[in-house]
Ligand binder design. Structure first.
Ligand code: XIL
Length: 361
């Protein structure tokens, strides 16, 4: 058992820096000793632990090492989305998503695929068909069959529809897809994905569910509508883009609610912003402590679900410098992930590992 799992989180967060055995040279008292890394996440968890990646990040040896050590599931961060695959002239370019799928398979990691239909995606090839309902319908069918079909037998799961519920909780997003195909484009996408891939777990994926109970209700209502229509909805994804200033308890409540339909749950994009939210006179150290507490809560609440409902727990990136929240147009100061820019484990990584080690088998 790794040493980190014997210590309480409080002890880990407040203890003076632990000295790795044999690492301290005599007479170097001034130099802070490095803390031992937490044990590899994937060896601690009784469920898959995922992260996301872009194909070029694999060339970075530190990224590749952290990935291989800690994670056993991989989601393409961007390159399997419609705007990336579908070219202006209607061609499908699978070069980059194939590269990620190949990394997953060569390292024995499970592939989680994302995303087939997302109202935010404004692919020119679909924009060009706006208003031509029959052609639009054929293109929609062909796109889903081709993309989900490409990864048949390789993707453990697919986010079939991403972010369907409006953030004002007043209904579902209007999009080029709903305008041309009506609200049934959502169930259609599930049926088509199933036609293309008979085995992948098919997900509805959504964000802000912990902070917006009304949005959560609409999300669950949509899931029930799909199930009633006989659509092959197989799981619910909750992105879990959290904010360090938020109060504890909301993630637990949300995960319990989401699990009430009995479907597998994917914490699909966990990160905890240290920048968004309100921080009255709160320094960075305290933000990182709160971040660790939220990460701990998320792992504990996910671990408490029945084993059959624990599809995976995915962190949205590896090091703070890899985080989408730290990229332009953001100013680069957000630190939402488990490893810092140098690749060192943060308090949140230790809290993550310790909570994983306690998850019921
Ligand atoms: C983000 C990626 O992290 C970025 O690299 C990309 O520029 C935009 O998309 N919700 C989602 C994810 O469903 O697909 C988003 O990922 C983050 C928010």
């Amino acid at each position: 058992m790794p040493h980190a799992t014997h210590l309480s989180r409080r002890a880990l967060l407040t203890a003076p820096l632990a000295v790795a055995a044999g690492c301290r040279a005599q007479g170097t008292a001034a130099a802070p000793a490095a803390r031992a890394d937490p044990a590899p996440f994937r060896t601690l968890a009784p469920f898959p632990v995922g992260t996301c990646a872009m194909s070029d990040q694999m060339q970075d040896p530190q990224f590749a090492a952290l990935l291989a050590t800690n994670f056993d599931q991989l989601t393409p961060e961007w390159e399997m989305k419609m705007e990336a695959i579908l070219q202006k002239d209607g061609r499908l370019d699978f070069t980059l998503p194939d590269a990620i799928a190949a990394v997953a398979s060569s390292r024995g990691m499970r592939l989680h695929a994302t995303t087939l239909v997302w109202h935010e995606q404004k692919a020119p090839a679909f924009l060009a068909l706006d208003g031509q309902t029959t052609r639009f319908k054929v293109a929609y069918r062909n796109y889903i069959l081709a993309v989900a079909g490409r990864y048949r037998g390789r993707a453990a799961g697919w986010d079939v529809v991403n972010e369907p519920v409006r953030n004002d909780s007043e209904g579902y997003y209007d999009s080029i897809f709903s305008r041309n195909l009506g609200p049934a484009h959502i169930e259609d996408a599930f049926f088509l994905a199933r036609e293309a891939d008979p085995k992948a777990v098919l997900f509805l994926n959504e964000y802000n569910l912990e902070y917006m109970p009304a949005k959560r209700r609409l999300f669950l209502k949509l899931a029930e509508r799909l199930l009633k229509a006989g659509a092959p909805l197989g799981g619910l994804g909750t992105q879990s883009h959290l904010v360090a200033s938020s109060r504890l308890g909301q993630v637990t409540e949300s995960l319990r609610d989401l699990a009430s339909l009995g479907l597998p749950i994917h914490v699909s994009e966990l990160d905890v912003s240290t920048k968004e939210g309100t921080y009255v006179a709160m320094g960075q150290a305290e933000r990182l402590t709160r971040q660790a507490a939220l990460v701990q809560e998320t792992v504990e609440a996910f671990s408490a679900l029945p084993a059959a409902q624990r599809y995976a727990l995915t962190v949205w990136g590896v090091r703070d410098k890899d985080a989408w929240k730290a990229r332009p147009p953001n100013d680069g100061t957000d630190q939402p992930l488990l490893f810092d820019a140098q690749g060192k484990a943060k308090p949140a990584a230790r809290a993550f590992a310790e909570a994983l080690a306690k998850a019921p088998r």
